[in-house]
Design a protein around this ligand. Sequence first.
Ligand SMILES: Cc1ncc(COP(=O)(O)O)c(C=O)c1O
Length: 272
Amino acid sequence: LNLIALSLPLQAGDQVVVADDEFPSVVQPWVSLQNRGVRLVRVPVGRESDRNRLLSEAITDSVRVLAVSHVHWRTGGLIDLAALKKVCEQHDCHLIVDGVQAVGAVAVDAGMADAYCASVFKWLLSGFGLGFVSVSERLTEQLTPVFRGYANEAPSHDISYGHVNYPGIYALRMSLDYLQSVGWEHIHSRVASLAQRSISSLRERGFDVVTPDEGHAGIVSMRHPTSTQIARALAEQSIFVENGTSILRVSPHFYNTEDEVDRFVDAVARSV
Ligand SMILES: Cc1ncc(COP(=O)(O)O)c(C=O)c1O
């Protein structure tokens, strides 16, 4: 994202739109551009189900970039890439997507975005220190690489400038071989069904699930004022969840079972 942000010819008066609850890594690459007069517009998103509409409404002819997570790190909401692509095209705005919480959990058409980037540590089970970005031809033509090396001597528009993390790529290759052998359709449908089971069971117990029924991938989140205590109680039972700002988040993968989801929901119910 930083390579794209710093290589784009943004000028004073241009706007970049982000949701105000975005993961910091999606926001920070644009912050320093404010020194050049670029305006960073942070769109408040109250309810997850309003996210697509609110972001779409913020896109005007002055907006050059919409930077957005494909799946929201905290709420688990999955954006409507096709709808946002359409709005961005109408206003000649670049759609730049962070897919860290999506790739491997749901089928992704990276070509929907002008730039689609992701690290591989989460649903691809491939360790840290490696990421990839897919850049559209239209966007590539506009990039002036912020870093240059043997791989992108001027006048190249390619942002890849030198040697890359080959050990990481070998690890990714082995993980992808394994995941492929499990089968992507199987993985995606298991992730969808375990997430739906988590959402439904938590709702049945009366919990405030913030992940929308329609429009989610693998992350399921619930809001609770004692989320820190709940997370601690779960950890004592070897159930590991993410906790932050009163939101408890689980990410069941294809290898988890229905019984494990039920055990998690029972444990949450017992710990409140
Ligand atoms: C949406 C999102 N982007 C980026 C990251 C961080 O990834 P990295 O620092 O490997 O780019 C995370 C999680 O750590 C994330 O949830």
